[in-house]
Write a new protein. Structure first.
Length: 139
């Protein structure tokens, strides 16, 4: 299933990116959500609570990777910090070790959105570049 071919999914991921307030050094934070599949095979987004500057906590799923009665097929979250911020602090852009472990434990794929790229973490925790940010999500 090519989730990033779905306009509604792209729109929600793009909204999460905008809500991350990437251009405000004091307010930037991670945003994310689950991409879910309903019994009628419809896709939907279940957004998570706002994260901090470099962390977000997905809400718990049941043992079958369901959330609010829908099957979670993937996740997404933002990495809003620049490679080097205004104070000279370096930030990891690609999915970190904790991102990869989380996805491997649950056998889920996920997408991480940064300023430059959109990355995918597969169910085995392998990270690949999906494409450039503006090419995947649009301007």
């Amino acid at each position: 299933m090519d989730l990033l071919a779905e306009p509604a999914i792209i729109a929600e991921i793009k909204r999460a990116w905008l809500e991350s307030q990437v251009d405000d050094a004091a307010k930037r934070h991670e945003e994310g959500g689950y991409i879910t599949l309903g019994p009628d095979q419809s896709l939907a987004i279940e957004r998570w609570l706002r994260g901090s500057q470099s962390r977000i906590l997905p809400p718990p799923m049941d043992r079958k990777n369901c959330y609010n009665g829908r099957v979670v097929v993937a996740t997404f979250h933002t990495h809003p910090n620049p490679p080097i911020d205004e104070d000279g602090q370096e930030w990891e852009q690609s999915p970190g070790e904790s991102d990869r472990r989380w996805h491997a434990r649950r056998g889920l794929r996920g997408f991480v959105v940064t300023r430059t790229f959109v990355y995918e973490i597969d169910a085995m925790a392998t990270v690949t570049v999906v494409g450039k940010h503006n090419e995947v999500l649009g301007p």
